[in-house]
Design a protein around this ligand. Sequence first.
Ligand SMILES: [Zn+2]
Ligand SMILES: [Zn+2]
Length: 349
Amino acid sequence: MKLRTTLILAAALAGGVVMVSEVRIAAAEPIGKITILYDAFGTDAAMKKDWGFSALVEVSGKRILFDTGNDADIFAANIKAKNVDLTSIDFVVLSHRHSDHMAGLNHVLSVNPTVKIYAPKEGFGIYGSSLPSSFYRKDESLPQEMRYYDGKPPEVMKFGTAWQRANIEPIDKTTEIAPGITLIALVSDAPGTKELKELSLAVNTADGIVLVVGCAHPGIEKIVEAAKAINPRIRLIAGGFHLVVASDEVIAKAVAALKDGFKVENIAPGHCTGEPTFAALKQAFGDRYLYAGVGTSLTFDQAKDLGGRRGEGPTMQDDDLAVYRKLAQREDPFGILRARQQRTRLSHL
Ligand SMILES: [Zn+2]
Ligand SMILES: [Zn+2]
């Protein structure tokens, strides 16, 4: 009897030890957080609303400023309201060259002039670039005064940037810039923004990818596809999905692709996602739709764990793909069109 009690006690103690060490491991893992600093909707009275995007991403011991909003003064006011110390950020990511993502950079540089800034690499553009001088055709028969650089060009020709003293590192292709932190580089193919390069931030956490997108001009589905190549499990997507003027059909297909095709677990849309897309995503994702108005702080553990595999094996199985294809072919996979038509009919009454 005594022996049994001792054994039970020992087992309980052993269990206790295991529990304690598990708790310790969990506590040691940094809890990621995304704070929305710039957007045109929100409930935080201390924050100014304006079109544009910026977010502070705190993860794996890094503080990353993703985009800088549309107006330097509003950006500065929102930074102050949230008490964000710009001198202690590790780096800035500028998703793309549109001004509603860049206008606050002057404020960042006024506080932290040497901060590392990642931006898409463009041939000629606002972030600056360079080319070997061999790129242009020469004509040695011309007199010196008619020749570029008197006929003696520098080996590398540098092209200007709007922020001459800034520490800008151009990113040409998808690059892991710190352990587990990848910048996905893609190019838009959409009319109006053809050849526009955009960077998206993918953080590979123990619970899947946390993906932050600026405007998603290359297409949110293409960006998620690229993120899935890093880790097939997508825990959370935040930012602008660029469906602000999309038709209901396009919205329905994108929502089906995210939810059923890519099995995105949680969604925190903002910026250029669009009001009808907010509605469609809310309907599809339910309590896995995380509100992300300006001033909101999302912690990664708010994102629901769907019990997916931890990084190994593809999440998209053959039968998932079949369902996705079927849904994508269907005109109205979530009944969004039907609901809207009913609403329109009602509003006409
Ligand atoms: Zn844009
Ligand atoms: Zn934008």
